[in-house]
Design a protein around this ligand. Structure first.
Ligand code: PLP
Length: 360
């Protein structure tokens, strides 16, 4: 069987070692006689899994003590509502940066709950860059500033963070969390659907600063209130136990590999060589401004879009799967999250080279 490298944007590849460990542990977790799927979330076995996973995530990201980690459901899309439901009431107004498809969704949802001020936008640039931080029009009375540090569809990634003073930054890190070290203390809230760089679909991570918990109005449903989940250790109701466990295995895998410094080095190398292959040919192209290119999602087009189906067919034959670009962008997109080995990127580059020689 050809080795498969899955370039899907999400649900995405998981580390082979993690899949193997999960397979071995599936019928009988550590001699408990049960699968993790069958355990009570309040039993001592699952509690130990849950606590270990949180501790490992805290270690990896060096999460300060004044932040809570919540293991929720509903995806990043539910956070588009939970963030304003919990925080907008602080002033009735929030700043949002518009950098692509996912920002737009967050903005549309935010508008249901208060005044959304678009403080920066790259729409005029076709969403091919991050607006210069010096030009952001931040509101002094904003409850928060919402950003999308990595636009998964456009392949645009922030080169850093804007200075928002005392206004907390809320970041949708669904497709970039754990790809490199970050300074958590610069954020008010970080959230991420797990299915890209953390684990299987069904789990949503929220890292929230203490003082931003407990600010929701009484009318906010209990399940959508951060306080409910913070007070209950993410066990107010049944959490996504198996996804939580698998995320924990991924955290341990990252630790074994050397943590986020190492992941960052590998991810930078993978991205650099793929962009170099695109830029070095006149057959492939990527429209994003070089300093804002994503390390995680690399969209590219072929000189002649009529060749797209042939490119995809040949790729699939070589085990290079799910390279078709998002329907809104067309072309190709290679998502190269943590679990994508460097060999996968090398195999893609070799195939791209070969295809361009044949059809260029
Ligand atoms: C995938 C993605 C989402 C949507 O995530 P769901 O978990 O499916 O709701 C939101 N934001 C970004 C940046 C994403 O990559």
């Amino acid at each position: 069987m050809t080795r498969v490298f899955n370039f899907s944007a999400g649900p995405a590849m998981l580390p082979t070692e993690v899949i193997e460990q999960a397979r071995q542990e599936m019928p009988d977790w550590h001699g408990s006689g049960m699968s993790v799927m069958e355990m009570s979330h309040r039993g001592k076995e699952f509690m130990s899994i849950a606590e270990q996973a949180e501790q490992d995530l805290r270690d990896l990201l060096a999460i300060p003590d004044n932040y809570r980690v919540l293991f929720l459901q509903g995806g990043a899309s539910q956070q588009f509502a939970m963030v304003p439901l919990n925080l907008m009431g602080r002033s009735g107004k929030a700043d949002y940066a518009n950098t692509g498809a996912w920002s737009k969704k967050a903005i549309a949802e935010g508008r249901r709950y208060g005044e959304v001020h678009v403080c920066a936008s790259s729409e005029d640039d076709g969403f091919n860059s991050v607006p210069d931080f010096a030009e952001w029009e931040l509101s002094k009375d904003a409850a928060y500033v919402h950003i999308t540090p990595n636009e998964t569809i456009g392949g645009v990634e922030y080169p850093g963070l804007p200075d928002t003073g005392d206004v907390p930054i809320v970041a949708d890190m669904s497709s970039t969390i754990l790809s490199r070290p970050i300074d958590v203390s610069r954020y008010g809230i970080i959230y991420a659907g797990a299915q890209k760089n953390v684990g299987p679909a069904g789990l949503t991570l929220v890292i929230v600063r203490d003082d931003l918990i407990g600010q929701a109005a009484d009318s906010v449903p209990a399940m959508l209130n951060y306080k409910t989940h913070a007070d209950a250790g993410s066990m107010y109701n049944t959490p996504p136990t198996y996804a939580w466990y698998l995320a924990g295995l991924v955290f341990q895998w990252i630790k074994r590999r050397g943590g986020l410094e190492t992941m960052g080095d590998i991810n930078r190398r993978k991205a650099e060589k793929l962009y170099a292959a695109i830029d070095g040919s006149d057959f492939y192209a990527n429209p994003v401004r070089p300093e804002h290119r994503s390390w995680m999602n690399v969209p590219f087009t072929l000189k002649d879009p009529a060749l797209d189906p042939l490119f995809l067919e040949g790729a699939a034959e070589r085990g290079l799967k799910t390279l078709k670009g998002h329907r809104s962008v067309g072309g190709m997109r290679a998502s190269i999250y943590n679990a994508m080995p460097e060999e996968g990127v090398d195999a893609l580059i070799a195939y791209m080279d070969e295809f361009a020689k044949q059809h260029g």
